[in-house]
Design a protein around this ligand. Structure first.
Ligand SMILES: Nc1ncnc2c1ncn2[C@@H]1O[C@H](COP(=O)(O)OP(=O)(O)OP(=O)(O)O)[C@@H](O)[C@H]1O
Length: 362
């Protein structure tokens, strides 16, 4: 289990993480969600002792990271997969890490096999695609067979087969009773993978809930009706006590309404319907609604931007994705630090370095 208590990180005037408290439990996949700049990577780095908290603490199975005798055997992490020792082969990258953490050599073969890199084990990792780099980073995280695993945006750069593979890997690791903590921007992916969600915005905790509850509480269910007789339908719906929003000519959205009741009402008034469907906002929409206030990088709404559409998410509630996402980027010099940057290998490398340093008595 990971216990985060009052965790706070300030970079100058910027409060990157603001009194975060939550627990990540074993046996389930916990998704860590937040818009760009919300503080996810900073939180993960502090969990791994790669960054010092301004205040607050993180406990890994009851101990702080630096109290762990064999960190790589307790917690494995993928932070920045692409940043690795490019001049070494995949095998030698993992072997160096294994040897500096007293992990047997055969484990290197095991994890290479688990991530599907056996055939390219003797190739230098600098020639690896982003997806292969992700797999190698995951192999490093798994090397110590840790009870706790942490992945920062693990599906980045993976093809559909790779995404499917990592989804199943995370579920399998959780099913073995491990603690699995994974950050992602891909809401649809999270919906398929995570059982529990921690949502943050501007460093603050916005939600700590099960996936099902999160969708239920934050997404809107409504019925959509389209008719060539909008005046008559509007009158009939108002007469029936429904709260109606006309999203475009002849198309209405009715919150919390059952399609059966709406169909009956239209039939009773002899109104023709061209569409009658039950709608549920996706996790993506639920998330955008929740974090609308705390999005740091606002895109400009343009034609085709759902944020600009009637009935869509309020303007500026986007994820900072798509066209124009960079329009609201920060001033120079305040850019987000790359996750795992200090160690080059993400946490694996850092742990290795840490261990080597400790072995050297540094
Ligand atoms: N070393 C640093 N110096 C100054 N500000 C920083 C530093 N690292 C992060 N920040 C700021 O802290 C905030 C949180 O950044 P962080 O990278 O943790 O967010 P994130 O949720 O991981 O974002 P993303 O999804 O874009 O990676 C951002 O405003 C970022 O600019």
């Amino acid at each position: 289990m990971i216990e985060v208590e009052g965790l706070t990180k300030r970079y100058g005037r910027k409060l990157a993480v603001d009194h975060l408290s939550f627990q990540v439990r074993p046996g389930v996949v916990t998704g860590f969600l937040g818009p760009n700049g919300a503080g996810k990577s900073t939180t993960m780095r502090m969990m791994l002792d790669l960054d010092n908290p301004t205040s607050g603490s993180v406990r890994i199975d009851g101990r702080t990271y630096h109290e762990l005798p064999d960190p790589l055997k307790e917690i494995g992490a993928l932070l920045e997969a692409k940043a690795m020792h490019g001049g070494r082969t995949a095998y030698n990258n993992l072997l160096a890490l294994a040897q500096s953490n007293r992990i047997p050599r055969r484990r290197v073969d095991e994890v290479l096999d688990m991530v599907g890199l056996t055939a390219v084990a003797k190739r230098k990792s600098k020639g690896f695609s982003l997806g292969m780099g992700q797999r190698l980073g995951i192999a490093a995280a798994l090397l110590g067979d840790p009870r706790i695993l942490m992945f920062d945006e693990p599906v980045n750069g993976l093809d559909p087969e790779g995404i499917h593979w990592i989804r199943n890997l995370m579920k399998a690791l959780a099913a073995e009773g491990r603690t699995v903590f994974v950050s992602s921007h891909l809401m649809s992916e999270m919906a398929l993978t995570a059982d529990h969600l921690i949502v943050i915005g501007q460093g603050r905790l916005l939600a700590n809930t099960s996936m099902a509850e999160f969708i239920h509480e934050n997404s809107r269910s409504f019925a959509r009706v389209r008719t060539p007789q909008p005046e008559r339908l509007r009158d009939a719906l108002s007469g029936g006590g429904y709260q109606v929003t006309e999203v475009e000519g002849g198309t209405f959205e009715i919150d919390g309404a059952e399609t059966e009741a709406l169909g009956d009402l239209a039939a009773a008034h002899g109104i023709t319907l061209h569409e009658l469907s039950a709608q549920r906002a996706s996790l993506e929409e639920a998330f955008m609604q929740m974090t609308a206030e705390s999005v740091e990088y606002h895109a400009h709404a343009g034609p085709g931007d759902p944020a600009a559409a009637p009935g869509g998410v309020p303007q500026g509630a986007g994820w900072g994705q798509g066209a124009g996402w960079d329009a609201g980027q920060q001033p120079q010099g305040a850019g987000p630090q790359q996750p795992g940057a200090p160690g080059g290998w993400g946490q694996g490398w850092d742990q290795g370095r840490d261990r080597r340093d400790r072995n050297k008595g540094v």
